[in-house]
Design a protein around this ligand. Sequence first.
Ligand code: SAM
Length: 274
Amino acid sequence: MYEIELKPEEFKLFQTYIYEKVGISLGKEKTTLVKGRLNKRLRQLNLQSFKEYYNYLTNDANGDELLFFVNAISTNVTSFFREEAQWRWLEGYISELIATKKEKKIRIWSAGCSSGEEPYTILMFLQNNLPDFENWDIKILATDISTKVLTHAVEGFYAQKDVEQLPKNIALASFDKINSDNEIKYQIKPHLREMVIFRLYNLVTDPFFFKNKFDMIFCRNVMIYFDETTRQDVVGRFAKLLPKGSPLFLGSSESLMAHKETLKLLGSSIYKKI
Ligand SMILES: C[S@@+](CC[C@H](N)C(=O)[O-])C[C@H]1O[C@@H](n2cnc3c(N)ncnc32)[C@H](O)[C@@H]1O
């Protein structure tokens, strides 16, 4: 099928706009990806050129098209218990965390939570490793810029294959098995869903309104598209929200170039506030 060309000067327009709006730095090598992924969208909208699409995108006041664009060029890939080494590290850290607590209260931020596997894994982990789990006041703030993934996350339905590969005791304690239209699906149990607050939040452009600190912050595989300045800025804000000794988890392929005086690498892309 005929493909609409993306001219270098048009690509530059998208580069600037996306950087300003979501902090994603689109390298020139992404030209083919943008062209390929958005051609269908242009046809759907009956547009003849990427310049026309650029005008459509920038005039869309409610931001839906920006979300569409970001979803098309980034990835929401995620899974339960991703980055296994970090969960093993947490098994050892949990008693340290409990020792610092006067109240049985835990607050965690999953920043860039995608379809919810990460915040729900945190809860599955705590349910399995935190003594007296049901008597703790636990809240996970889970944020993302994509409404599509957040809707999925709030509903908490997951595919049979993803749930059945979890340890049996964890799957049984965390999911209800639902048989609908001859298809088996699993839904996160209500007592766990209630502990997560899902919110639309752009890490780069939204105001930093947090008043209270978090016991830990997960921001894994989110900043891969950000340039170094944006990454430093976001991480600097995370550091302010962590009490001394608390961990920040990044994705295993991510490392920090800055903030060495406040965040110390412990291994497996886990950083501790010092
Ligand atoms: C690859 S997923 C990672 C999900 C999960 N943290 C994990 O490691 O499995 C990256 C997520 O970051 C979100 N994201 C990208 N840019 C963002 C931004 N500026 N603010 C908030 N979320 C963002 C995407 O929508 C996507 O859902």
